[in-house]
Structures are given as structure tokens and as C-alpha cells.
Design a protein around this ligand. Structure first.
Ligand SMILES: [Zn+2]
Length: 451
């Protein structure tokens, strides 16, 4: 029976090889569409980080892994991994005063969760490195988005930064859901310090900018701490050679859930598209001959809320991190970037290692990142692994797509034929790498150094 099957199969492959491309089509658009329609459909309500909807999304991904024949990862009894985290929320609006008098309508954008007092210092530049160490700083130059300055400050030097509520600042506030960002942390750990950010409308801003040395006080209403659980989905294909190392293919399954105004943030591109890719790669690589290296397939929770799923994975990896020879994170491959050659994805930090060129040489539709100034290499879950020395990159379609972090990031806006071809193009290169003895390596200067 086995022998007959083998002969029949070999004959089929041989005759097929004359007419068809070497690598058979294993990724189908209908299947890709099915995954994104579940993940970014109304049922999962935008897969809010560390919510029941996120857990349901992880259960779905885990069920797909199981169905395609993946194993549970070493040391695990199921296809999900959870972490306890603490979410903080304010019970009312913040109050800002200057010399004891209230300042009109302060918009709290990010908060450390603590009140702030101090003397006002005016900063007229745009270079965050030149902001003086002072408790409270008002940033008056708006020729660059003042949140860029605010977001790059050292919380040990500046406790509160006040910015003008420019259209960019207001758009950002909408994107984060119209509620201030407060620190989250793993249960039992203190949250990371952060600089509090307040935006003011023009009249209030201009009046305050004329009053250097004013005594500023930001008081907060009550702060509530809410216990939550974030969930990763993990599947495993064991390799034939335990000494050969492991490949890690990953995406993030969470997004922003339902905004305070009731709009669902579907996150079809960000990152239901990458999660669908990981599911499809699991299916494709589980078929056929067992590979030399093991492959871990992971969909992280809580990427959008600070990378908690990836950090949990790194703290409790199913295989020792030293065994991971490379990580490919797949993020936002749902649309093509008009700046890139048609049909290609970009790889962040392409020139930092040999990983991208190796995949490309084997047919992956990847090219270098046209937005080095955006620091995308540092802005996805790959970075936490890269910081540990693991060759880890992210592939994306259009990283600056206009629907980014808006309710318009929906399934009907995805370019499914592009996604399907892009995912398909990764199958043979990843299989080749999983069977190879060669490891991707950092190039000189490419490995991130601890900051
Ligand atoms: Zn995102």
C-alpha cells in the first residue's frame, strides 16, 4: 500500500513538473479570506488587547493549528499561553491649573497614573535631545508633530509635557480611542515610568506659553486597576534534528476592540492579515516531508497595548531562545505599497542581516524597507527578540497605509490576491531554510545594541 502510493505520487509529481512551476500552489485565496473574515469580522469586535474577544481569536487560531496537524509546543498542554496583566483607567477627567487657576479643557493623552506639579519651562525647538530636564515643559514649535518630541522624552527628566492640540495631535487621540493611554503592566510588576502628555486648544495653549515659571499642577481623579488576561496562540512542528534549531513565524492577533464612540476597530490589515499568513504557513509547512528544523507558529496577544504577548513568550519560551535561529514577524500584508515594486512586501531592517536576502534568493517576494526614518524595525514584536540577539525581522505590505489604526481597516479593503501570492512566496523559502544547515546571521553593525 505504501509502496504503491509512493510510486503513484512520484509519477504524478514528475509529470506535473513538466507543465507546472516547481512549487505547487498551497495557499488559496478562499482560505485566506476565511481566516481574515473570522478574525476581523463583527463577531470578534476588533480583538481588543487582553479581552475575552482576544481570547476567542486565540482559541480560533489554536484550533486552526490543531486542525492542520501542528503539535502543542514543548512543555505545553494546549495551543494557548496566557499572561495576567493589570490595566489602569481614570474614573473622570484630569484637572490642570497654572498658579492655582484652572486651564481650560486639558486633553490628557498619556498619563503615568500620577499627579504632577512643577514650574513651567518653555521649549521652542524640535529636537527631543535638546529638551531641558524640567518637571513641566511646554513645546511651542509645531513644525514637526509635537507628539514626536513628547514621545521621545526621558520620563526621569520630564514628568509632564504640554503640547498644542494640532490636527495631528487630535487625530492621534482619536486613533488611540479617545481616552488617555495609561500604563499597563504584568501582574505583580510596577509599570514602566512614562512622561504624562496634555494637549491644549490654541487659546489656552498660547496663554500658558506666555507664562514661563508658572506653578503647574495636574491632578487626576481616581485610578482603578483592572486585572486582565492576554492570550497567545502557539503551534509547533517538530523537526527531525533537535540540534538544528528552530524557526519562529509570528504575527499579532490583537487590535483595539471597540472605541468609546462605539465604532469597531476591525484591524483587518493590522494584523488579521499577518495572523492569517501564519495560519496558512502552518498549513503549508505541515504538509509534505518533515523538515530538519522545528518551526514555532505564534500569534501574540496585546501587541497594540505594549507587546505583552511577545514579552510573555520571551519570558516563558517553549524552547530555549538560543535555539531560535530566526524569527519572521508578519505584519500588515493586506495592501500593496505604491512605493514598492508591484507584488512585493518590504522587510524591516533588510540590510541588518542575511535573512532577507536568503528568503529573496529562494523566491520570497520581499525587498528592503523604503521608510528607514519610521524605525519600523523597532516598532513590531520582532524587536523584542532582536534585542535578545535573535535574527528577527518583520515583513509588511504597506506600512503607512491610510487606514492604519482607523475603523476603516476592514476586510473589504484588503488586497486578497496580493496577500495570497505574498504568503505563497514564503512557503518554499521557509521550507528551504528549515531544511538548511545555514543560519541567518547579523551583518556587521546590524544587530541591535541595548539602549
Ligand atoms: Zn497596530
Amino acid at each position: 500500500m505504501h509502496r504503491l502510493n509512493t510510486i503513484f505520487l512520484a509519477g504524478t509529481l514528475l509529470s506535473g513538473a513538466l507543465a507546472a512551476p516547481v512549487h505547487a500552489q498551497t495557499v488559496h485565496e478562499a482560505s485566506v479570506r476565511g481566516h481574515v473574515e473570522v478574525l476581523a469580522g463583527p463577531g470578534l469586535r476588533g480583538r481588543e488587547s487582553a479581552s475575552a474577544d482576544e481570547a476567542a481569536a486565540a482559541a480560533f487560531v489554536g484550533a486552526m493549528f490543531r486542525g492542520y496537524g501542528l503539535h502543542t509546543a514543548p512543555g505545553m498542554t494546549g495551543y494557548t499561553q496566557t499572561a495576567d496583566i493589570v490595566v489602569r483607567k481614570l474614573t473622570g477627567p484630569a484637572l490642570l491649573t497654572a498658579n492655582g487657576a484652572p486651564v481650560a479643557a486639558p486633553l490628557l493623552i498619556a498619563s503615568a497614573g500620577q499627579p504632577v506639579t512643577g514650574k513651567l519651562t518653555v521649549f521652542a525647538g524640535t529636537d527631543p535631545a535638546k529638551v531641558p530636564a524640567a518637571d513641566v515643559v511646554i513645546v511651542t514649535d509645531t513644525s514637526v508633530n509635537p507628539l514626536r518630541v513628547a514621545g521621545s522624552l526621558d520620563p526621569a527628566k520630564v514628568k509632564l509635557v504640554i503640547v498644542r492640540a494640532t490636527p495631528d495631535v487630535q487625530a492621534y487621540f482619536q486613533r488611540i480611542g479617545g481616552a488617555p493611554r495609561l500604563p499597563r503592566s504584568f501582574k505583580g510588576e510596577a509599570p514602566n515610568p512614562r512622561t504624562t502628555v496634555v494637549a491644549l486648544a490654541d487659546a489656552a495653549f498660547d496663554a500658558l506659553a506666555q507664562r514661563p515659571d508658572a506653578d503647574i499642577a495636574l491632578t487626576l481623579p481616581g485610578l482603578v486597576e483592572e486585572p486582565r488576561v492576554t492570550t497567545n496562540a502557539i503551534g509547533w512542528l517538530p523537526g527531525t534534528d533537535p540540534a538544528a534549531g528552530v524557526l519562529l513565524l509570528s504575527a499579532h492577533l490583537d487590535h483595539f476592540g471597540v472605541r468609546p464612540d462605539g465604532k469597531i476597530m476591525y484591524g483587518a490589515n493590522d494584523d488579521a492579515s499577518g495572523t492569517a499568513a501564519v495560519i496558512e504557513l502552518a498549513k503549508a509547512l505541515a504538509q509534505g516531508k518533515r523538515m530538519r528544523r522545528g518551526v514555532l507558529f505564534v500569534a501574540y496577544g496585546s501587541e497594540e497595548a505594549g507587546g505583552f504577548g511577545a514579552r510573555k513568550f520571551i519570558q516563558n519560551p517553549p524552547v530555549p531562545l538560543e535555539q531560535i535561529v530566526a524569527n519572521l514577524e508578519i505584519e500588515m500584508i493586506g495592501q500593496q505599497d505604491p512605493k514598492l515594486p508591484a507584488g512585493t512586501m518590504m522587510m524591516t531592517g533588510f540590510d541588518r542581516s542575511t535573512f532577507g536576502e536568503t528568503l529573496k534568493a529562494h523566491g520570497a517576494l520581499v525587498t528592503s524597507d523604503p521608510y528607514p526614518e519610521q524605525n519600523f524595525f523597532q516598532r513590531s514584536d520582532n524587536y523584542a527578540l532582536a534585542e535578545k540577539g535573535i535574527v528577527a525581522h518583520t515583513v509588511s505590505g504597506w506600512a503607512v497605509v491610510p487606514t492604519y489604526h482607523t475603523p476603516e481597516d476592514t476586510v473589504d479593503r484588503l488586497d486578497l490576491p496580493f496577500m495570497t501570492r505574498a504568503i505563497q512566496s514564503l512557503v518554499a523559502p521557509l521550507r528551504s531554510l528549515a531544511n538548511s544547515r545555514a543560519k541567518p546571521e547579523w551583518k556587521p553593525g546590524g544587530k541591535p545594541t541595548a539602549e
